[in-house]
Design a protein around this ligand. Structure first.
Ligand SMILES: C[S@@+](CC[C@H](N)C(=O)[O-])C[C@H]1O[C@@H](n2cnc3c(N)ncnc32)[C@H](O)[C@@H]1O
Length: 275
């Protein structure tokens, strides 16, 4: 069915106040039977619920996720009448720092209280901030709540983050059934002037434990906090994107098995031999 609809066209990807261009209303033709630029599932959004919704449709047969192991304040599942997408709460909710009675406590390098090969899907949203528990910002709260906040929303030292990512990706692989889906949210981060490529690292961990990197969605932010602290000259781009990886526990690989560890090794050896 073809129909003319009025649609807001965002003219620029940059939506920060300094770059923003007024959206313009345009008439576009939408054919509901065919994929087009209006209705196709895109790998980019400003709304993390839209990304989770699209992952549910593409990779979870439209079903809710079974487990969230970093459930925290359950922000992914907050219901709103006005929201375009509402994500149902998973059956199993865990966190190292549970913020509600519904959420079961787990240990930072512990096991999920689930059997091997027992669930179809899991959501993981680990911290990506590197900061000591007694950082100046943490000390500001007399009751110590900021210290707890830092302890659970940041890693320190940085090796803890790398260790934790490998641990939980490996644990997700254990509990997922064949063809199960792991949704892994992360963001590259800067610490001590060094860029930590957590997006690539989490993908490498996933490949190492046996997952296939099936898809990747980018969540964009319209604004970020800009620290006005000691840094006089900017050294790296401020991150306005995070990623949602979709890792699949596919035991039967499609066509050729594109294991990038092996591929890089083989291609490199070929290249050396050619020289
Ligand atoms: C970015 S928050 C998750 C937010 C959540 N998705 C929501 O919608 O509210 C990161 C979560 O990871 C948990 N966490 C911190 N350190 C962890 C660790 N070492 N292992 C597992 N989870 C950890 C924190 O308790 C926190 O709830």
């Amino acid at each position: 069915m073809r129909k003319k609809v009025k649609k807001l066209i965002q003219l620029s990807l940059f939506n920060d106040s300094e770059f923003s261009i007024q959206p313009k209303v345009e008439e576009v033709v939408v054919d509901n039977n065919k994929l087009n630029n209006s209705n196709v599932i895109k790998n980019i959004s400003y709304d993390q619920k839209e990304i989770l919704w699209n992952i549910m449709q593409l990779y979870n047969q439209g079903r809710p996720f079974d487990c969230d192991m970093t459930a925290s304040k359950l922000k992914f599942y907050e219901y709103s009448k006005k929201a375009k997408y509402n994500i149902p709460e998973p059956k199993y909710l865990f966190d190292v720092f549970p913020q509600s009675d519904k959420i079961k406590k787990i240990e930072p390098l512990g096991k999920l209280p689930l059997e091997d090969n027992s669930i179809d899907s899991i959501v993981i949203d680990l911290p990506f901030v590197i900061s000591p528990p007694n950082a100046p910002s943490a000390k500001s709260d007399k009751k110590g709540s900021m210290i707890i906040f830092n302890r659970f929303y940041a890693y320190y030292p940085v090796d803890e983050m790398y260790r934790s990512y490998m641990h939980w990706i490996s644990e997700a692989y254990r509990v997922l059934k064949e063809n199960g889906t792991c949704v892994f949210k992360t963001q590259s981060t800067i610490s001590g002037g060094v860029q930590h490529n957590t997006e690539e690292y989490s993908y490498m961990c996933a490949q190492k434990v046996g997952f296939t990197g099936e898809d990747k969605f980018y969540l964009q932010a319209k604004a970020r906090l800009i620290s006005s602290g000691k840094i006089k000259q900017q050294q790296h781009a401020r991150k306005y994107t995070s990623v949602f990886w979709v890792f699949k526990k596919t035991l039967k690989k499609k066509n050729k098995n594109f294991n990038y560890f092996d591929l890089v090794e083989n291609m490199y050896n070929e290249e050396i031999n050619r020289q």
